[in-house]
Design a protein around this ligand. Sequence first.
Ligand code: GDP
Ligand code: MG
Length: 281
Amino acid sequence: MQLKMALAGNPNAGKTTLFNRLTGARQHVGNYPGITVDHKEGCLIHENYKITITDLPGTYSMTAYSAEELVARDHLVNERPDVVINIVDASNIERNLYLTCQLLELGVPVLIALNMMDVAKARGMEVKAKLLEELLMVPVVPIVARSGSGMEELLKGCIRVATTDARWEPRIISYGDDLDNAISSLVAIIEDNDFLSDIYPSRYTAIKYLENDDQLLAKGQTENKEIGSRLENFVTEVADHSKRTLDVYPEAIIADHRYGFIKSILRQGVVTHKFDTERLY
Ligand code: GDP
Ligand code: MG
């Protein structure tokens, strides 16, 4: 059986190290047409599965701010990999989970490879993979890509995600009462009109409109000019109101709430610092 996987993560999270470990010499590097971003693909055989893996460009986010981000997002929505391995640097977990939030909202099947567990440990951090998995409602496998520790469990987890029909409902991130209401209104218009529905989940489209995502807005205009414009006008009103009353644009509120969501998860004991505890007692 054939499976498609993609590796997504922040720069320096260990994507290439993991990619090399999984695919060995079975790699092919090219360019995406028209831009200088690498397209790296490799394959491996595991049990009865022939797996192709794409090493996506490293990004901190999944918006339309750079060629790398666009390539990564387009790959995910166009190629529809069976599993997206989101490689997260355990020693830098808070920042890394920002991308994770966006992958979850994109509605792709995510498995978190919690990498650099050795680095975290050397710094006196204990990162609880199981607890993170429960809180985020997404499978999490601890690994050390450099030494190869955790590879069996990782592949097992990937195959489970790829072959399970039951989609888990990823946790929904709240953006505060005002924006949540705006999102509901946008979602209603999006769903009533089947707008971009074969590409993005409706909530994702709504959030991206609020974030003023150029690429998505352009896609919307192509798909249905009338609905696209209606959504844009609605969002302009929300943005004006937000700017007038709170002196911020929705994009900033959204980013703040993503960080707040991550903090609220981490605060529940996902990371403990050994040295701190020792100092306390
Ligand atoms: P990428 O930018 O995501 O492709 O990251 P790389 O694979 O290039 O890794 C960045 C650096 O982290 C390299 O020096 C790797 O050798 C190192 N690295 C990757 N994974 C691990 C790991 O699990 N433990 C440790 N200690 N170093 C790692
Ligand atoms: Mg790399």
